[in-house]
Design a binder for this molecule. Structure first.
Ligand code: GLC
Length: 414
């Protein structure tokens, strides 16, 4: 009997020692409607017994996530150990010392397996600071049933989008085109898309401010016209991605500009979605001065916190590698519809069988247009958000807004 007790005691001690040896780390993951991030974190935790990751839910918008992290890093907080960061952050976070240099763990041979645009945006002054997890590009979602009912083909130009949206909206008593019009980063993405689709740009690759041009003015005027023509409802002044998704998914809009993730929830069966089987996804239309539609490059990547301890950093790197691995990207695509950053996933047979749209996504993602790359992006974005919103809501003319922007951006860059 004594022997049995001793064996039991030893077993308990060994197991608690293993338990104690676990490195506990924290992860600021994505608050996605499909819970892909939480699922992947659980999978990681159950796959091995050395690391335990606590998933910390963040608020939805990228601006709020940015504020939360900047506050923590300002205080050299070792948490979160790992965070999912926006494609627009690497330059700012690297320059500020808020992102661990991942170059030793993410060699060129591995980087070559990813879409080049995602690697470029994770790189700052020759070093790589994040591992891309999923990429984003703006898409036009449209109601196939309604366009057919009124005899329209899917739009490829701005004029077509405006006319079809305004006409069907009036006849059906629903919204025409919904997009991200609130004063936040999402509006910058939408505007950069309209600008690029009209052959314009805000800042060129060499840091020259190009915003005061006829192409940009016309693009901003068109965004305003969407409202004044009745093609878009003025409630978009407060719309973020999720507001637009709800409107579209509930059957209350003809068109929506949004990222690929909306496909999974909109495609749900039963009373979850009113539009299952009744919509398509195509590239955004082009402007009169442009040569084709454009998608803004969005997306999210895994960063490791340099204020975490060495052991936590090592565990964090392991977790980041798992989340961005080929199998995790396949799961993420199947669960959440996100566009992969790994090239191989676009031709994975399981993914293609379950999610044929991935084929449409590839050319859009590979050609997506980046937002300005600068350590001062947050300031540049604030200026863009303010001026674009003033034009959209009719408080300023597009010509005045681009003049103001030219001045503000030059001041930030000086
Ligand atoms: C998406 C994009 C991200 C962008 C944000 C704007 O999350 O992936 O890059 O900044 O939308 O709302």
């Amino acid at each position: 009997m004594k022997k049995v007790w001793i064996t039991l005691l030893v077993t308990v001690l060994v197991f608690s020692a293993i338990g104690m040896a676990k490195t506990k780390i924290t992860y600021f993951g994505d608050n996605d409607p499909n819970s892909a991030e939480a699922i992947l974190t659980r999978l990681f935790n159950s796959s091995q017994d050395e690391i335990e990751v606590e998933f910390l839910l963040q608020s939805w918008s990228t601006d709020d996530k940015h504020t939360a992290l900047v506050t923590r890093f300002g205080a050299k907080d070792p948490n979160p150990t790992v965070y999912l960061g926006d494609v627009i952050w690497p330059a700012e976070f690297a320059a500020a010392g808020w992102a661990l240099d991942l170059t030793p763990y993410f060699p060129k041979s591995e980087q070559d397996k990813f879409l080049p645009g995602t690697i470029k945006s994770a790189t700052y002054l020759g070093k790589i600071y994040a591992i891309p997890s999923f990429t984003d590009g703006g898409l036009l979602y449209y109601r196939t049933d309604l366009l057919e009912k009124y005899g329209y083909k899917p739009p490829t130009t701005w004029e077509e989008l405006k006319t079809i949206a305004a006409t069907i909206a009036k006849k059906e008593g629903i919204d025409g085109f919904v997009f991200q019009g609130a004063q936040y980063e999402g509006l910058v993405c939408d505007a950069v898309e309209f600008i690029a689709a009209n052959g314009g740009e805000v800042i060129d690759g060499n840091g020259n401010v190009k915003v005061n041009s006829p192409e940009v003015i016309q693009a901003l005027e068109f965004m305003r016209e969407l409202i004044t023509s009745g093609a878009a409802p003025d409630k978009v002044f407060t719309f973020m991605e999720e507001d637009a998704r709800m409107a579209f998914q509930q059957g209350n809009a003809v068109f929506m500009r949004n990222w690929p993730y909306c496909h999974s929830p909109s495609n749900m069966a039963g009373d979850q979605s009113a539009v299952k089987g009744k919509y398509g996804m195509i590239p955004m239309p082009k402007g009169p001065k442009g040569s084709g539609g454009a998608a803004t490059l969005g997306g999210w990547m895994l960063f490791v916190n340099p204020f975490a301890s060495k052991a936590e950093q090592a565990a964090g790197v392991q977790f980041a590698k798992f989340i961005t691995s080929e199998s995790a990207q396949i799961i993420r695509n199947l669960v959440a519809g996100n566009a992969p950053t790994r090239i191989a996933v676009y031709s994975n047979p399981t993914v293609l069988r379950a999610n044929a749209i991935v084929e449409t996504l590839y050319p859009i993602m590979i050609n997506a247009v980046p937002r300005p790359v600068t350590p001062f992006y947050a300031q540049v974005s604030n200026a863009l958000q303010e001026e674009f919103h003033a034009v959209l809501t009719g408080k300023k003319t597009a010509a005045d807004a681009v003049k103001a922007l030219e001045r503000k951006i030059k001041e930030i860059y000086e």
